[in-house]
Design a protein around this ligand. Structure first.
Ligand SMILES: C[S@@+](CC[C@H](N)C(=O)[O-])C[C@H]1O[C@@H](n2cnc3c(N)ncnc32)[C@H](O)[C@@H]1O
Length: 174
């Protein structure tokens, strides 16, 4: 998804990107390599160490924080992969409102969610969305592209899992 988002958004030319739930920092690195100034956010306190070289370079900042309450600056690009479903159903609407609110006119987002056929779909703490619900999230945005993928593979803990991931790319009007 990050590759497609970068193709659509083009070279950053110093524009601001948010990588929400940056994890190991793989996509943060890709964004920085394409000229974006990146704010990488993750709950995991290991994030700053994982991208310390980028932070030293001055074009990337790392914030250890929870998407449910961290403040988000305005940005021309928002990327969040395999993260937002972990903000549970009670918190997700407010998280989503802040994400939509920080995206500048003409800015692009790329995010994904676990779908209803995912092996974790019945876990109450996860936000599970079907395709119409994902489309509803980006109502009013331009250049909306929704894609679904399903595969069998190991979960983060190594157990067998069926994955159903719905991704959406969209552009803020203006
Ligand atoms: C499956 S990893 C995905 C990492 C990366 N985006 C990727 O695609 O490889 C999920 C990440 O989201 C982070 N995360 C989960 N809930 C979060 C929250 N509420 N606030 C910030 N980060 C969160 C986890 O710490 C973890 O690094």
């Amino acid at each position: 998804m990050c590759t497609q988002l970068l193709e659509l958004a083009g070279h950053g030319r110093g524009r601001k990107a948010l990588d929400l739930g940056a994890g190991a920092g793989v996509e943060t690195r890709a964004l920085a390599a394409h000229g974006w100034r990146v704010l990488a956010v993750d709950l995991d306190p290991r994030l700053p160490g994982r991208i310390a070289d980028l932070v030293r370079g001055g074009r990337v900042a790392a914030v250890v924080g929870d998407l449910r309450d961290v403040s988000l600056p305005s940005a021309e690009l928002v990327h969040s992969s395999l993260v937002l479903s972990f903000t549970g159903p009670a918190d997700f609407p407010a998280v989503w409102a802040r994400i939509r609110g920080c995206l500048l006119p003409g800015g692009r987002l790329g995010v994904d969610f676990f779908g209803p056929r995912d092996g974790w779909a019945d876990v109450p703490s996860l936000t599970i969305l079907d395709r119409p619900q994902v489309e509803e999230l980006v109502a009013g945005m331009d250049d909306v592209r929704v894609d679904e993928e399903e595969w069998d593979g190991p979960s983060y803990g190594g157990d067998a899992k069926h994955w159903h991931v719905i991704q959406v790319l969209a552009r803020q009007p203006g």
